[in-house]
Design a protein around this ligand. Structure first.
Ligand SMILES: NC(=O)c1ccc[n+]([C@@H]2O[C@H](COP(=O)([O-])OP(=O)(O)OC[C@H]3O[C@@H](n4cnc5c(N)ncnc54)[C@H](O)[C@@H]3O)[C@@H](O)[C@H]2O)c1
Ligand SMILES: [Zn+2]
Length: 381
């Protein structure tokens, strides 16, 4: 699949399939205008332990020297301190503008490696090799890179496109179940924004997953429905990103990149109210989808059967952690301080039917209704 961004000269290939990790080196060598002599493999210990050897062997076989750059696991990896260490390592190994940075891992590795690649020598080629579901369908697509600051998550970063994305679905077989559920929540989000056919296909995949578990990713035939849905998600996200690459502040139409924030206003508030320790991002988004859909129903945008379908799909991918003990005031406070608040006004992404996102001003949504919605979704689980 080739993705084109509406800027002269920017297009890159996204490849999704089973058993691709051994060919990463070959794919890089055939993509680069000047074949790289050296590659920095940015990853963490866990992923390096699982897949480092296989990627390194293929890269060396393609005639490219490779050295690992290990970063801490988890959000700690997206810090200034780590960024500086990674940049130093690129300089120590004299990574040049014809060499390569390979990001092997989840969204943390991809985001950090992307910032580093965009800054080293004002930009060196970088290749995303996502190994989590969330990274395959979401963070590796769209060109946003970022690190966290003491003032908040993802506040520092750049728009920087990779030279290629290579997603090997086989890697998902070792991903912890909670991470799989969390990743699927972003897929449910995109399906709900896309339309009923995609949401129904997502519901079918959830049944397949309930029967086979993550073992399905190990098999090149059983993993086909997942590969297809991942591709559909990538196509969907690129179509939104293509129409609004830099997330215009003024754009509020149904193709605005802001619509990808569906489920995220409440989701971010849950993460913040629990100090980012209790929920995985995708799990918070799962709750956020239920919240935004229920709110859409209360405002008479969404029909009951549409809400039920969305509820079923969210449930279909596994349990979300209980949130009934989180004080509602701390959640609503966080909603009001969301970074997407523009001029003091929250912009809710709601559904005027499946596949029909609308951006609604917070002024149109009574505070009481937010409370009722919270109580309703926590009571129904
Ligand atoms: N740039 C964007 O557009 C964008 C979009 C969404 C999210 N993000 C960012 O992505 C990050 C979250 O990404 P994530 O959910 O991939 O989390 P993550 O990168 O922390 O990975 C989750 C966990 O899975 C482990 N792991 C990764 N691959 C594995 C595998 N194949 N087998 C076993 N374990 C594996 C990781 O070591 C980690 O412990 C956040 O920092 C978020 O801000 C960025
Ligand atoms: Zn998200």
């Amino acid at each position: 699949m080739i993705v084109k961004i509406p800027q002269p000269g920017i297009s890159y290939k996204i490849t999704v399939g089973h058993g691709l990790l051994p060919s990463v080196g070959e794919m890089i060598a055939s993509t680069a205008a000047t074949p790289p002599r050296k590659a920095a493999l940015v990853t963490n210990r866990r992923v390096y332990g699982l897949y480092g050897d296989i990627v390194e062997a293929g890269v060396k076989a393609a005639g490219i020297d490779i050295f690992p750059v290990l970063i801490p696991d988890g959000e700690k990896g997206k810090s200034f301190r780590v960024l500086q260490a990674v940049l130093n390592s690129f300089s120590e190994h004299s990574i040049s503008r014809t060499d390569a940075v390979i990001a092997l891992g989840g969204g943390v590795v991809g985001d950090l490696a992307g910032v580093a690649a965009s800054l080293h020598l004002r930009g060196v080629p970088y290749y995303q090799v996502p190994t989590t579901l969330l990274a395959m369908i979401d963070s590796s697509v769209g060109g946003k890179t970022g690190i966290n600051s003491p003032y908040g998550k993802n506040l520092i970063g750049s728009f920087y496109q990779p030279n290629a994305v290579i997603a090997d679905i086989g890697a998902l077989a070792t991903l912890p179940k909670r991470e799989i559920t969390a990743g699927f929540m972003e897929a449910v989000k995109q399906a709900a924004l896309s339309g009923t056919p995609m949401l129904e296909r997502t519901a079918e995949l959830s049944e397949h997953y309930r029967k086979l578990g993550r073992e399905m990713f190990n098999d090149n035939v059983l993993s086909v429905p997942a590969t297809d849905l991942i591709l559909e998600n990538i196509r969907f996200k690129t179509s939104v990103v293509r129409s609004d690459e830099r997330e215009s502040v003024v754009e509020t139409g149904s193709r605005s990149r802001k619509t990808l924030n569906f489920g995220h206003t409440y989701g971010h508030a849950l993460e913040k109210a629990t100090q980012y320790r209790y929920l995985k991002h995708g799990e918070a988004v799962g709750w956020g989808l239920l919240f935004a859909a229920t709110l859409s129903k209360k405002l008479e945008f969404l029909a009951s059967d549409e809400l039920n379908l969305l509820n079923d799909v969210v449930r279909g991918f596994g349990r979300l952690p209980d949130i009934s003990n989180i004080p509602i005031n701390s959640i609503l406070d966080s909603v009001l301080h969301d970074k997407k608040v523009i001029d003091g006004d929250i912009q809710w992404i709601l559904l005027n039917g499946i596949g029909k996102p609308v951006i609604v001003s917070g002024r149109q949504v009574p505070g009481k209704m937010l409370e009722q919605t919270h109580r309703q979704i926590t009571a129904s689980r």
